[in-house]
Design a protein around this ligand. Structure first.
Ligand SMILES: [Zn+2]
Length: 470
């Protein structure tokens, strides 16, 4: 019965979306052989309990320790009341009133946190080993349906690791596939996190892969290529029109170590080009994420009004000061740069080591100066089988205290996404996105790699209490 009702209500939602009347849709659901009138009558009868507002399910979570995503200190023995898909109240267990008939989830031996946010993911990448064809085979050999199927698995992986929201920053040649995966998650067809998507991303001629092929052969590009402010604005319009929640722009591309031993990054879009994109996106009430390592491209990104700098692994003092002044977010993604580095005695190997050497100190300086930090990992750039939360120890290693690192993946990332109070916090009125770990993440952030309980939108997606007993 439950299943039948569920499938009916799904049909209703789909029918409404397509502008089909609920009645005619129900006729098509009637068993064969029924007359239209009888079927319609049964359809109406069946639809009564669906249309009547059912009381929202109430769940109570007992939290041994609560890190709420916003407060600077954890609280002991809390009770979280969830009604439907929202948090209704949070309070001391001693004085809390448990609503009658509520389902109780006992996490009294665990640390409970808001569902985490990874603000830099790529569900359409799988951490390809360069030795196995690397990035290029994704675009050259795999049908889109194959890539979409794997993207669905990646989204599932994010959710089961406690990342209930992701900002997925481009599909790498898979077009508007991220919009489709997001629709499938929101429609309840596949499990996954809440998604903020950027679709295709934008760079310039000579500013993105695939490259290195004979000039006579036209190869696909992983981003939408534009030249000139008119094309730049048009690409932003197209992407926003097709469902982009953010615009992603590559402001630097190639990088190398010069004769002085400094990292140099090739700039891509001109100031006029990035300004056209930012102006267009802001007009739609949307924001712009800019991939930029350092140098000219980073300066253009900041002068052009970018909302977040992605990676920002080579930040000078002037850029940091400008980010503080403009309120620009930094989304560092450190751990991915430790993977698959080229041999040390090659130009690429020197570059790879220089990137690692600069990234941590850049984050340390930026955090100290008061730059706003949003947690991001570039997962997809590394395998979805690796723990996403492996980024936390890197942040702590470079001067971000554990509580600030956790907040960068909760309330701070939510603020960047324009979702303050809704996401990244365990507080009344927020979406009921809640996770739990064993142990104290403030003493050891690595425990965030072992999330054993995940609730998204008030529904329990994962609960493996045996981890608590260990
Ligand atoms: Zn990335």
């Amino acid at each position: 019965m439950k299943l039948w009702r569920f499938s009916l209500s799904l049909s209703f939602r789909g029918a409404e979306r397509r502008g089909i009347s609920a009645l005619s849709r129900e006729r098509s659901l009637a068993p064969l052989g029924m007359t239209g009138t009888v079927a319609a009558a049964i359809g109406l009868f069946l639809s009564v309990p669906l249309c009547a507002a059912e009381p929202a399910a109430v769940t109570v979570i007992r939290a041994g320790t609560l890190i709420d995503g916003k407060s600077s200190t954890p609280r002991r023995d809390q009770v979280i009341v969830v009604r439907g898909n929202r948090i209704e109240s949070v309070g001391d267990a001693a004085s809390a009133k448990i609503p009658e008939g509520a389902a109780v989830i006992d996490l009294s031996r665990a640390t409970v946190l808001p569902g985490m946010i990874d603000a830099h993911t790529h569900i359409f990448l799988q951490g390809e080993d360069p030795a196995e064809g690397g990035y290029d085979v994704q675009l050259l050999k795999y049908p889109l349906a194959f890539r979409a199927a794997r993207a669905a698995v990646s989204a599932h992986r994010a959710l089961e690791q406690g990342f209930t929201t992701i900002r997925d920053v481009e599909t790498e040649g898979a077009g508007y596939g991220d919009v489709g995966i997001k629709q499938a998650i929101d429609g309840g067809y596949i499990p996954g996190p809440r998604m903020f998507v950027v679709t295709r991303a934008i760079s310039t001629t000579g500013g993105y892969n695939l490259e290195g092929y004979a000039p006579e052969i036209e190869v696909p590009k992983g981003a939408q290529i534009v030249d000139g402010p008119v094309e730049a604005r048009k690409a932003a319009r197209e992407q926003l029109d097709h469902g982009a929640d953010w615009i992603k722009v590559y402001m630097t591309h190639r990088s190398w170590v010069d004769a002085k031993g400094d990292l140099v990054s090739q700039p891509t879009l001109t100031l006029d080009e990035i300004k056209a994109i930012v102006d267009e996106a802001h007009g739609w009430g949307k924001k712009v994420a800019c991939h930029a390592y350092g140098g000219i491209g980073l300066r253009r990104a900041l002068d052009g009004g970018c909302d977040s700098i992605e990676h920002g692994l080579d930040l000078d003092d002037a850029s940091i000061a400008q980010m503080v002044k403009q309120g620009t977010w930094l989304c560092p993604t450190m751990s991915v740069y430790y993977d698959h580095n080229a041999p040390e005695n090659t130009p690429a190997g020197q570059r790879d080591r220089k990137r690692v050497a600069l990234h941590g100190p850049s984050l340390r300086k930026a955090y100290k100066a008061g730059v706003k930090i949003a947690f991001g990992t570039d997962v997809g750039g590394f395998s979805w089988n690796d723990p996403i939360a492996r980024e936390f120890p890197r942040m702590v290693e470079f001067g971000v205290p554990p509580m600030a690192a956790i907040q960068s993946a909760t309330s701070k990332a939510a603020e960047m996404l324009g979702m303050s109070g809704q996401l990244g916090v365990v507080a009344p009125g927020a979406y009921a996105d809640v996770v739990a770990v064993t142990g104290d993440p403030l003493a050891d952030v690595k425990v965030l790699e072992k999330v054993f309980f995940v609730m998204k939108d008030g529904k329990v997606f994962r609960n493996e209490p045996e981890r608590v007993a260990r």
